[in-house]
Design a protein around this ligand. Structure first.
Ligand code: NDP
Length: 246
């Protein structure tokens, strides 16, 4: 489908990869709405990008925010489920005085923000697409961790779930002309990556990546744009990771 002239919702687009994806889609001529919980950052968005406050883990907030978008713009053809929080915790940590096993509440909270959110936002958007007979494109932002990354039980499980929902929805929604794909970035040189991994860890990643570098947010945005434009891509999880295997 053509990005030009389409209405797109990018979740978690107030900064990081989401902001880069939103910029790219706007540059390609889409009307882009960014759904994020960070109201202050939404107030400072570059011109041309519209912000809507929503916590993607809250079904009621998401439903009314999506209804508002459809009322203002009459339709919604593109959804990029990007909002998420990188989380790391070993399954067993014998040095932790509070208990050696992974905390269950932190496990649940990672699943809420990285997996439940994708279900919640997609449900709200697809309902409108089907009622309005809008052909659409959904792109979920997964991660290289979906294949099981040491030290990331919850995050890996959440992103593996995102991949599974991507394939399931590609099968269920295709009959309405709605395609669903995912982009699975490797390690991208964002603030969130630098906050999650120290310099030694980053060097190890660079050394083990065949291209010997971290990815660039623009490379992820380009992959998302290509998935939207290619009408025969459906149910694909595209790795954008410089050839790294973990
Ligand atoms: P950032 O933390 O930089 O940005 C994420 C954005 O999502 C923030 O604006 C954040 O708001 C928002 N957000 C988080 N939780 C919610 C919520 N409950 N409701 C609404 N908005 C929310 O992350 P990245 O740009 O690094 O990551 C974006 C996506 O890409 C994530 O899904 C991540 O898992 C994935 N990814 C990132 C990689 C990387 O190298 N950066 C690699 C692989 C995958 P706030 O500031 O308030 O937290």
């Amino acid at each position: 489908m053509k990005t030009e002239g389409a209405v797109a919702l990018v979740t978690g687009g107030a900064r990081g990869l989401g902001l880069e994806i939103a910029r790219r889609l706007a540059d390609e001529g889409a009307t882009v709405i960014i759904g994020d919980r960070d109201a202050e950052a939404l107030g400072a968005l570059p011109s041309g990008l519209e912000g809507v406050v929503m916590d993607v883990t809250d079904p009621h907030q998401v439903k009314s925010a999506v209804e508002g978008i459809v009322e203002r713009h009459y339709r919604l053809e593109i959804l990029v489920n990007n909002a998420g929080v990188i989380s790391s915790e070993p399954f067993v940590n014998i040095m932790n005085p509070d208990g050696m096993m992974h905390d269950y509440e932190r496990f649940r909270s990672s699943l809420r923000v990285n997996l439940d959110s994708v279900f919640i936002v997609t449900s709200a958007v697809v309902e409108h697409m089907i009622k309005q007979r809008t052909k659409g494109s959904i792109v979920n932002i997964s991660s290289i961790s979906a294949c099981g990354n040491e030290g990331q039980t919850a995050y890996s499980a959440a992103k593996a779930g995102v991949n599974a929902m991507t394939v399931t929805w590609s099968k269920e929604l295709g009959r309405w002309g709605i395609r669903c794909n995912a982009v699975a970035p490797g390690f991208i040189g964002t603030d969130s990556t630098r906050a999650a991994i120290n310099e030694t860890g980053l060097k190890h990643i660079r050394d083990n990546t065949p291209l010997r570098r971290l990815g660039d947010a623009q490379e992820v945005a380009l992959a998302v744009h290509s998935m939207i434009e290619n009408d025969f891509l459906n149910g694909v999880v595209l790795d954008v990771n410089g050839g790294l295997r973990i």
